[in-house]
Write a new protein. Structure first.
Length: 166
C-alpha cells in the first residue's frame, strides 16, 4: 500500500473507530466483543483500502463490513455454548458511552439479529432508510418492516420487564 493510502486509512480509523465501536456494542451488547468486531472490521478494510476509496465514501461500507462480522460471529457454534452469567465485566457500560439506558440495552439484546441491526442503524446511528438498505443489502421496504418489527419486539420486552418489576 502506498504511504498516502496508509495515512488515509490511519486517519479514517482514528476518526471512525469510536463510532464503529458504539455501533458494534449496540449490536452485540458486549464491549469486549465490540472491540474485537471493530478490530476485524478495520483489518478487512485495510486489506482493501485502495480499492474501497476509489469507489467513494467509506462509512457505509465500513458499517456493512462491521455488520457482516457481527452476523458471522453470531453463527459461530461456540458462542451459543458460552455461558455469560456470573461474569463481572472489567468496567460497567456507561450510559454516556452509548447514549442508551441499561433496560433498553437489555431489551435490545432480545431482538432478533436482523431486526436489531435495522433498529440500531436506523435509530441509534440515525441513518436514513436508504443507507441502512445499502448496508443490509436489502430494499428500503425491508428496512422499514424489519425496523418496525424490531421496535415492536422492543416495546413488548420493555412492557414485560415493567410488569415483572411492578
Amino acid at each position: 500500500m502506498r504511504a498516502a493510502d496508509d495515512a488515509d486509512f490511519r486517519e479514517f480509523a482514528r476518526v471512525r473507530s469510536l463510532a464503529l465501536r458504539r455501533t458494534a456494542y449496540l449490536l452485540c451488547g458486549d464491549w469486549h466483543l465490540a472491540e474485537d468486531l471493530v478490530q476485524v472490521t478495520l483489518i478487512k478494510l485495510y486489506r482493501a483500502w485502495p480499492k474501497i476509496t476509489r469507489r467513494g465514501p467509506v462509512d457505509n461500507y465500513a458499517r456493512q463490513v462491521l455488520l457482516r462480522c457481527w452476523l458471522d460471529e453470531q453463527r459461530r457454534p461456540w458462542r451459543r455454548r458460552e455461558r455469560r452469567d456470573g461474569v463481572v465485566p472489567d468496567r460497567p457500560a456507561s450510559v454516556a458511552e452509548t447514549g442508551i439506558s441499561g433496560p433498553l440495552l437489555r431489551a435490545l439484546a432480545e431482538v432478533p439479529p436482523k431486526q436489531r441491526a435495522a433498529v440500531v442503524l436506523r435509530y441509534c446511528a440515525d441513518l436514513p432508510a436508504a443507507q441502512v438498505a445499502q448496508v443490509l443489502r436489502c430494499s428500503e421496504g425491508t428496512v422499514r418492516s424489519q425496523a418496525a418489527r424490531g421496535l415492536e419486539r422492543l416495546r413488548g420486552v420493555l412492557e414485560h420487564s415493567a410488569e415483572r418489576s411492578a
